[in-house]
Design a protein around this ligand. Structure first.
Ligand SMILES: Cc1cc2nc3c(=O)[nH]c(=O)nc-3n(C[C@H](O)[C@H](O)[C@H](O)COP(=O)(O)OP(=O)(O)OC[C@H]3O[C@@H](n4cnc5c(N)ncnc54)[C@H](O)[C@@H]3O)c2cc1C
Length: 504
């Protein structure tokens, strides 16, 4: 077959990265089929409806919309024809344990003033932090987010030299907490910026200060609200994939990745087995978590055990409450901090138990999208970080967490909340594992609780099994929607390189 002839591509899973990979590869003319275990696309970006209430099940915060726009434009589509979003004026409202309430404004000047007025934090510290986060992003983005760390060609390009020169400024040798303690005068400011470690399921007391780059996405680039809620992202991706000729087989879990033995005992990925039939493919892309991809679909292959055995990220417990009244004190995104943040992370990463005073994240999409709740009501997504599955008694944890969350919200708002719950549903790490195959229910694959974590995520391709590629939150560059979209970009690049090197 000619090197540039269209290839048959089988994609395992239709999470954000699976959909993005499908679109990119189909846009290059390949024949793409997505096999999805669930009845619909989207993976963690799910939706729950109960009567007049609509809830985003997973992600709630949309950052780096440029990555999504880029995908649509690269596939020859106009993003505005598929989805819309707007920048939020208030990124998040923070409620501290000492009673202080701070709005994190999108406008940096306004935000710095707010820190000065509410917390007594000098405005110049906020500006310094934002400048440093921008610098971190500029240094790390081309290499750590947009390239394969496992392809030697990455290290022959000019951006690598820039990253190398900036190495002393990456913060790899101190923790996020230590860097923030040095940056800010007030403990509340440190706690607020420490929170960004949780965006990839890590602890600020262990993760490197390099992760302060996350603050750049939200504060320098902006937090956005997707019209119609997060689920509209999946609707848009699915529609574009169909228009580019991608085929979908829902309720068709892949049971095995097919391999063929070549010369010198090497193996090649040659398709998938799903729905009781073999489906030959030149390229197999797994969007399934990398741990079950190896353990369930490739039991005979030698596994990269060092990578697969890395500590997993934290998980989440979420209550979806349909409320029969509105709470003006709350915004779209709200954080109700715990009084003792170090203790909370000891529970999350060491004892792996429920913290009796967890930080609560409240997301209320109906404040931006009134149709998500009935008139006069609200749709609450109340989430706490919890440890990944480690043999705990989850029924007890769910019951205790519900009480702790309601107690905290009622204390902060100064009024009863529980009697106003009209609709209720919850997800815990057991459900997250069962619904999306996320190993141990972790939200973001491996944790980033050590300075080498970026290098200990699985590459976007398999060295052992040519023809097999990986995308999604459990592999490089990591979890969260923007990074999942970028993983698809890297997979596309790697497939193209293989094609150009006539390895097919
Ligand atoms: C509660 C929660 C809150 C979050 N908040 C945010 C946020 O605010 N912002 C943000 O950016 N990110 C957030 N995230 C993370 C984000 O949702 C994920 O990083 C991202 O959606 C993962 O996408 P993925 O491409 O890795 O695929 P996944 O969503 O993990 O989907 C994998 C797909 O593969 C399918 N599959 C698995 N095994 C098989 C098989 N054998 N055969 C066929 N199909 C299979 C599954 O059914 C699933 O559809 C959150 C996640 C959760 C759970």
């Amino acid at each position: 077959m000619a090197a540039n002839a269209p290839k048959n591509v089988a994609i395992i899973g239709s999470g954000v990265a699976g959909l993005a990979s499908a679109i990119r590869l189909a846009a290059r003319g390949h024949k793409v089929c997505v096999f999805e275990a669930a009845a619909c696309a989207g993976g963690k970006v799910g939706e729950h409806r109960d009567g007049p209430y609509r809830f985003d099940l997973g992600p709630s915060l949309f950052t780096l919309p440029e990555a999504l726009d880029e995908l649509f434009r690269d596939a020859g589509a106009d993003p505005a024809a598929y989805y819309g979003y707007r920048k939020l004026d208030t990124i998040c409202r923070y409620f501290f344990a000492d009673g202080k309430v701070l709005n994190a404004w999108a406008d940096p000047e306004q935000m710095a003033r707010e820190f000065e007025e509410v917390l007594g934090e000098p405005a110049e510290n906020i500006h310094r932090y934002l400048a440093q986060a921008r610098r971190l992003y500029d240094l790390t983005e081309p290499i750590f987010l947009r390239s394969s760390l496992h392809d030697w060609r990455t290290y022959w390009r000019a951006p690598w030299l820039k990253t190398l020169a900036g190495l002393p400024h990456l913060g790899a040798f101190q923790t996020m907490h230590r860097a923030n303690e040095q940056m800010f005068n007030k403990p509340n400011s440190v706690q607020l910026f420490n929170r960004y470690a949780t965006y990839n399921g890590s602890s600020p007391y262990k993760a490197p200060a390099t992760l302060n780059v996350i603050g750049h996405l939200e504060h320098n680039m902006g937090a956005y609200f997707l019209q119609g809620g997060m689920r509209s992202l999946v609707t848009a991706l699915h529609q574009l994939a169909l228009e580019r000729g991608v085929q979908f087989r829902f309720e068709t879990p892949v049971e095995k990745i097919l391999t063929r033995r070549q010369r010198f005992g090497r193996h090649l990925a040659v398709g998938v087995r799903a729905g009781g039939a073999d489906h030959p493919a030149d390229v197999v892309v797994s969007n399934m978590d990398v741990v079950p991809t190896y353990r369930q679909l490739l039991p005979e292959l030698r596994h990269p055990s060092r990578i697969l055995n890395q500590p997993r990220s934290t998980a989440a417990l979420i209550f979806y409450w349909g409320m029969d009244r509105q709470y003006p004190a709350l915004d779209v995104h709200n954080i109700l901090f715990s009084a003792d943040y170090p203790a909370e992370f000891r529970h999350l990463t060491e004892t792996k138990t429920l913290c009796p005073d967890p930080t609560v994240y409240l997301y209320i999409s109906s404040k931006a999208e009134p149709d998500d709740a009935p008139a006069g009501g609200e749709n609450w997504f109340a989430m706490i970080n919890v440890p990944h599955l480690a043999g705990q008694d989850w029924d007890t944890i769910v019951r205790d967490a519900r009480t702790a969350i309601l107690r905290k919200v009622e204390r902060v708002l100064g009024e009863p909340v529980a009697p106003h719950i009209r609709s209720e549903f919850h997800l815990d790490p057991r459900d997250i594992q069962a619904r999306t195959s996320s190993h141990l229910g972790a939200l973001y694959g491996n944790s980033s609780d050590n300075r080498f974590a970026a290098f200990l995520r699985h590459p976007n391709f398999s060295r052992k099994l040519p023809g097999l590629y990986f995308c999604g939150g459990s592999v490089h560059p990591g979890g969260g929607i923007p990074l999942c979209l970028l993983s698809a970009h890297i997979v596309d690049e790697q497939v193209l390189r293989r094609q150009q090197s006539r390895a097919f």
